[in-house]
Design a protein around this ligand. Structure first.
Ligand SMILES: Nc1ncnc2c1ncn2[C@@H]1O[C@H](COP(=O)(O)OP(=O)(O)O)[C@@H](O)[C@H]1O
Ligand SMILES: [Mg+2]
Length: 273
């Protein structure tokens, strides 16, 4: 049994001045070392859920628990939440604090009370793991979109989180940087970091995630194994999502079989055909 690390319980939230509620009695439990995709149309509350998970915004109603303990508004509690639950923003620029790459990645560990030497060791390891030593001395403003994304991941990693939330990480990335992103998350998973990724790319979500959560109108509309959720035609249609191509394809070519085998990757597909 894996234990719940983060629990959102009956969370509701409305942005100041907004007419509609962003989150409406939303509850989710997340354990260590999960691979979760968060699906949902624009405006359904995914980003708000991420901001609450990491303590950037506090819920108006409901509670956040970290390792079973309620997260209060106290500085120490929020600090602990932000350290344990990393958040990679959709727009890296809104995450950056320092002017240069090395300082940006060092900021978290130094702020968490590490010495210069300790911080340097942590940062150098991350820079080497993510293969970004060529960027170390650069100004953040001189980086490309893909480079900014990797640096924003690096600065979250420097806090040594247990779970990292990525808000639409591949939006705006080219093929090379998307492939690089996928290598990076594989590496993180191997280092026992749980991953929660919001995305509009259902084909990626299908191939990658074990669990899928669909957010609709600020609520959890569906939550379960990806191969249950993403194959469910009615459920996906009701959430106004398309099913992965591999799922559609599998059903078409196995129309006459009693039990449909769903390939999770092109390699799986090859074996079936
Ligand atoms: N800063 C904000 N101020 C006011 N309303 C917001 C703000 N951010 C998001 N919203 C609203 O909250 C709802 C949920 O948005 P969001 O969490 O960004 O959804 P998603 O990430 O699924 O697209 C939407 O109705 C959106 O318009
Ligand atoms: Mg969003």
């Amino acid at each position: 049994m894996t234990e719940t690390i983060l629990e959102l319980k009956n969370i509701s939230y409305k942005y100041p001045g907004a007419s509609d509620i962003a989150l409406d009695d939303l509850s989710i439990k997340i354990s260590s070392k999960e691979k979760i995709s968060i699906l949902g149309k624009n405006g359904m509350g995914k980003s708000t859920m991420f901001l609450i998970s990491n303590g950037v915004i506090r819920p108006a109603k409901g509670k956040v628990y970290l390792n079973g303990d309620e997260v209060s508004d106290k500085k120490a509690d929020l600090f602990n939440l932000r350290k344990t639950i990393g958040l990679v923003f959709q727009d890296p620029d809104s995450q950056f604090i320092a002017p240069r790459v090395f300082e940006e990645i060092s900021f978290g560990p130094l702020n968490a009370g590490k010495s210069q030497a300790e911080a340097k060791t942590i940062v150098e390891k991350i820079i080497s793991d993510l293969e970004i030593s060529d960027l170390e001395e650069k100004s953040l403003y001189s980086l490309s979109g893909g480079e900014k994304k990797i640096v924003s991941i690096a600065s979250v990693l420097a806090l040594e989180p247990k779970i990292i939330f990525f808000d639409e990480p591949t939006a705006g990335l080219d093929n090379i940087n998307t492939a690089r992103f996928k290598r990076v998350i594989d590496g993180l998973y191997k280092r026992d970091i749980g991953l929660v990724i919001s995305t509009h790319e259902v084909d990626f979500a299908w191939e990658w995630s074990d669990r899928t959560i669909i957010i609709k109108d600020g609520r959890v509309f569906a939550d379960g194994p990806s191969d249950m959720i993403m194959t469910d035609k009615d459920l996906m249609a009701e959430a106004e999502l398309r099913r992965p191509y591999l799922v559609e394809f599998a059903e078409r070519v196995q129309k006459n079989s009693d039990e449909i085998i769903y390939p999770r990757s092109l390699e799986d597909l090859e074996k079936i055909l």
